[in-house]
Design a protein around this ligand. Structure first.
Ligand code: FES
Length: 112
């Protein structure tokens, strides 16, 4: 059994400023929790991950994996925001695992 935790490196852009964040699988409940901890953002993740408020909106700018495959309830929440752009996701619906490694994400909550 391999107990070595592989780092997961994510570039998170906010206000035009990129931050390189290193985390590990399941270190945080989801990407919303990680962003809330690492980057101070007022009014981010207001429904605490229920997928209803849309305040944790992010845009996947670059990724190796198909992070843009989106489940119906998440799509409905994003649609209610009236924002249409490719790669939009709710950070609370993205688990911290290797699919996030090397990806670039822009915090889009201010678009809402
Ligand atoms: S925290 Fe509310 S939708 Fe993600």
């Amino acid at each position: 059994m391999n107990n070595v935790r592989e780092p997961i490196i994510i570039i998170i852009e906010h206000g035009g400023v990129p931050s390189v964040i290193t985390t590990y699988q399941n270190e945080y409940r989801n990407l919303m929790a990680l962003i809330s901890d690492k980057i101070y953002l007022e009014c981010f993740g207001e429904c605490k991950g229920m997928g209803r408020c849309g305040t944790c909106l992010v845009e996947i700018i670059e990724s190796d994996e198909q992070l843009t495959n989106i489940e119906r309830n998440e799509q409905a929440t994003i649609s209610k925001l009236g924002i249409h752009a490719p790669g939009l996701r709710l950070a609370c619906q993205l688990l911290i695992d290797n699919t996030l490694n090397g990806c670039k994400i822009r915090i889009a909550a201010s678009m809402a």
